[in-house]
Ligand binder design. Structure first.
Ligand code: TRP
Length: 347
């Protein structure tokens, strides 16, 4: 049996550079490696609704935005199945059966759920659908018998929970489900790209994101406003790299070859860092370099997006076709699941 990828994103906004280095870029590499039998990339609208129940318009309007982000980054519908979660109703059915295998206390212990509840200020008014979304995420993964789930570090507890559900299902009923492995970014900076304000994570609500589709001029402004070392006041002062957002972004985006074109006085990121910590290198110079580095990566993506934006119905048609294909696969797994649970009465 070949390897299968399933991963996805919630359509609650356009995708940002954190998504890009943390996951999107890797997906494209995996897609093009030829090592995977099937690749499913899901726009998780049903999951997005678990904490946006009152705002379906937001979710709806971001379906094509996320699809545009996907395809402009190089996800190719000829090689990867791009689909919309809610179209695949089998996923909801699987979620219902899996929920019998998970305890409330186990869900309460899920670190991602815990921190998201805090972040959203749900306190005691947690929507049940939100609370149980790790189960629905296990359904997403197992419906496609995914072996490999490329995600950011924050999703680790989700994959762990999915693995537990698989083990529980297979031992309770029959060996139907496949235990997935997580695939994390290999670069520390890519794993957790902070917001431009240096806060832990890029997030729409904090307004600290650089979006893939931001205007170059907006990107320039955001880079120039980035948080650096607050004690690095005069150029001659020694600067610190610790928690310095500009250098974290360089770790994620800069390749040493880029110096020749944009900052030829240096030949490597290490050299630039050494100068900064020694003193004598101003933030503005480093920020200008970072802007060039970012645009080198983002310009081709933005150009492709402009092309794709001209025909949104074609983008939606790609999602429709992908969703039909995804539904077929999920239906097959669901029927195996029901047979294993001995509830396939009329086949
Ligand atoms: N929770 C993921 C996110 O917030 C999206 C997602 C839904 C997902 N189902 C998934 C990711 C299954 C990987 C596998 O971005």
């Amino acid at each position: 049996m070949g390897k299968v990828i399933l991963t996805g994103d919630r359509p609650t906004g356009k995708l940002h550079v954190g998504h890009y280095v943390g996951s999107l870029k890797r997906r494209v590499e995996l897609q093009n490696s030829g090592e995977y039998k099937d690749i499913y990339i899901m726009i998780a609208d049903a999951q997005a609704l678990t904490d946006n129940a009152g705002n379906p318009e937001k979710v709806r309007s971001n379906i094509s935005e996320v699809a545009l982000d996907y395809m402009s980054c190089g996800l190719d519908p000829e090689k990867s199945v791009l689909f919309v979660q809610s179209y695949v109703s089998e996923l909801t059915e699987l979620t219902f059966y899996y929920s019998n295998l998970v305890t409330v206390s186990r869900l309460k212990r899920n670190p991602t759920v815990k921190s998201e509840i805090k972040l959203r200020g749900f306190n005691t008014s947690i929507p049940v659908g939100f609370f149980t979304y790790p189960i629905s995420q296990a359904a997403d993964i197992t419906a496609f018998k995914a072996t490999t789930v490329p995600v950011g570090e924050d999703q680790l507890p989700m994959i762990e929970q999915a693995r537990e559900i698989v083990r529980s299902f297979n031992s309770t009923y029959d060996e139907v489900l496949v235990e997935p492995d997580v695939l994390l970014p290999d670069n520390q900076a890519c794993m957790r790209l902070p917001g431009i304000d240096g806060k832990a994570k890029m997030s729409k609500s904090l307004g600290n994101c650089i979006y893939l589709s931001d205007d170059p001029e907006d990107i320039r402004k955001k880079v120039m406003n980035m948080f650096t070392d607050p004690n690095h006041i005069r150029v001659q002062d020694p600067g610190s790299l610790e928690g310095n957002t500009v250098f974290i972004y360089l770790d994620a985006f800069c390749r040493d070859e880029m110096f020749a074109e944009y900052l030829p006085e240096y030949s490597s990121l290490q050299e630039l860092k050494d100068h900064y910590t020694r003193g004598g290198l101003g933030d503005v110079k480093v920020k200008k370099f970072l802007y060039s580095v970012l645009m080198e990566e983002l310009s081709p993506i933005q150009a492709k997006r402009k092309e794709l934006e001209k025909d949104i119905p074609a983008v939606m048609e790609i999602l429709h076709k992908g969703s039909i294909r995804a539904k077929e696969t999920a239906a097959q797994t669901l029927s195996e699941v029901k047979r294993a649970m001995k509830i396939e009465y009329f086949d």
